[in-house]
Design a binder for this molecule. Structure first.
Ligand code: GDP
Length: 447
């Protein structure tokens, strides 16, 4: 199965994280070091790996852990999201001309990459969508290429246009497009010649076709099993001939996954389809999110994360409300409500939503957003330095505990005292205004 070894390695990294209650910066860094190794072994481009790890680390450290997830799962969530981003986030289609207008698609790639097979696979896909497709044999060099296209075209029930191996490819392309226009075809797919290695003749031939006929989409076919070579090939073709997208073949045999993860980042060009086998039906649309799940190989955790995402605001708001009603508001809740506040767009927007406090529109006091946020960060640091018991039961906090907390958070003990006092006041205030919590979707604690 594709990506087996990468999946296995990543799962091992995350297994250790998953069981932890709380992650420190060191935990995250150590885990990401292993992720980095795993990606490099999977033959992902070095620069891509470096940037990827940096992005994940920046996001993971200091991130609030979502309700319903443990910190390890939170790291998986971020890795997953960054992987999706790396592969382009969105699914990209081959762009067809509007209506019934003819679209010319040129396939290119090295010999053996799977160009001819993929051309036929693609023709089948378009046929299923009701398009009239003409496969065109422009590879006049590889022995058997024309016949192979004819056999595959027949299997797909798609017409194949060929002029043998004596006519120049550019002229075959011209004739095919004329034939297609006369006979109301919607799509022409040009199967061009590849070489074992990139060479000037091959590039010149492709350029000549592009200069002499209107090619709407240029699709590069690369073999996933060749890893970084596939990425380098993509870069070269894009520079010399220009490509609109890539089809990555033989992903069924690629246990490493480096090409799938690097191509978009290195070339800026999307992966359009992936080849998953030799059969003509084995061509799949490329979905960055599904591919990331496949690479991470953690369907269970990812489903959990999705669910947590959906439930989070609802559940968290309910829990905070219940605790407040019972006057059980504690520092854990304080932290949670702070993270909700951040999601709602900061302190000033929340104050603006609280007409009861006389801060409706017009009367809104100027709030130094930056200072308020810095304050919030210090408050968070203090709460994070408390033990879970202290957070749940603030009355535990005696001077020696407060001293320890102040040291842990790098603040003066007076600040800890102030926070505890503020907290008591807030608790009192909350008790007096339970109505505030019942404002439906725009209530204070709904994100
Ligand atoms: P071309 O030289 O680029 O036209 O390559 P071909 O289309 O002749 O393909 C080369 C070989 O790769 C053939 O044996 C194909 O069956 C095989 N092939 C192509 N695509 C895939 C794929 O997605 N998975 C697997 N396993 N084999 C493939």
């Amino acid at each position: 199965m594709a990506f087996d070894s990468l999946s296995e390695k990543l799962q091992n990294v995350f297994k250790n994280l998953r069981s932890k209650g709380r992650l420190t910066e060191d935990d995250v860094k150590a885990a990401l070091k292993e992720v980095k190794m795993a990606l490099l072994e999977a033959d992902v481009n070095f620069k891509v790996v470096k940037q990827f790890v940096k992005d994940v680390q920046e996001r993971a450290i200091g991130q609030d852990v979502m309700n319903g997830l443990n910190p390890g799962q939170m790291v998986i969530k971020i890795v997953n999201e960054e992987m999706v981003k790396l592969m382009g986030s969105e699914t990209t289609e081959i762009k067809l001309q509007p209506g019934k207008a003819l679209t010319v698609i040129m396939m290119e790639g090295l010999q053996g990459a799977g160009k001819t097979t993929t051309a036929a696979k693609l023709a089948g896909k378009f046929k299923l969508k009701g398009k009239k497709v003409l496969l065109t044999a422009c590879d006049i060099y590889r022995p058997g290429a024309i016949e192979q296209l004819q056999i595959n075209g027949e299997k797909q029930g798609v017409e194949v246009f060929s002029m043998g191996d004596k006519i120049k490819p550019v002229n075959i392309a011209k004739a095919a497009i004329e034939h297609a226009a006369k006979n109301e075809f919607n799509i022409v797919i040009l199967d061009t010649a590849g070489r074992l290695h990139i060479d000037d003749d091959m590039m010149a031939e492709l350029q000549e076709i592009k200069e002499n006929v209107t090619v709407h989409q240029t699709v590069l076919v690369v073999d996933a099993m060749t890893g970084q070579d596939a990425v380098n090939v993509a870069k070269m073709f894009d520079e010399k001939v220009g490509i609109d997208g890539v089809i990555l073949t033989k992903l069924d045999g690629d246990t490493r996954g480096g090409a799938a993860l690097s191509i978009r980042a290195v070339t800026g060009k999307p992966i359009l389809y992936v080849g998953m086998g030799e059969k003509l039906s084995d061509l799949e649309q490329f979905y960055p999110d599904r591919m990331a799940s496949r690479i991470l190989g953690m369907g269970d955790v990812l489903t959990l994360i999705e669910k947590a995402q959906a439930d989070i605001d609802e559940e968290q708001a309910k829990r905070i409300e219940q605790k407040m009603r019972k006057n059980e508001f504690d520092f854990e809740m304080y932290l949670e409500s702070m993270s909700q506040m951040k999601k709602m767009g900061g302190l000033s927007s929340i104050l603006g939503m609280m007409p009861g406090l006389g801060m409706g529109k017009g009367k809104m006091p100027e709030i130094d957003q930056e200072a308020a946020e810095k304050n919030m960060a210090r408050t968070e640091a203090i709460i994070y330095s408390m033990t879970p018991e202290e957070r749940r039961n603030p009355s535990l906090m005696n001077p020696s505990r407060k001293n320890r907390i102040a040291k842990g958070a790098g603040v003066d003990i007076a600040e800890v005292n102030r926070l505890v006092k503020q907290f008591e006041q807030m608790k009192k205030m909350m008790k007096q205004m339970p109505g505030m919590m019942k404002k439906g979707k725009r209530g204070m604690f709904k994100g």
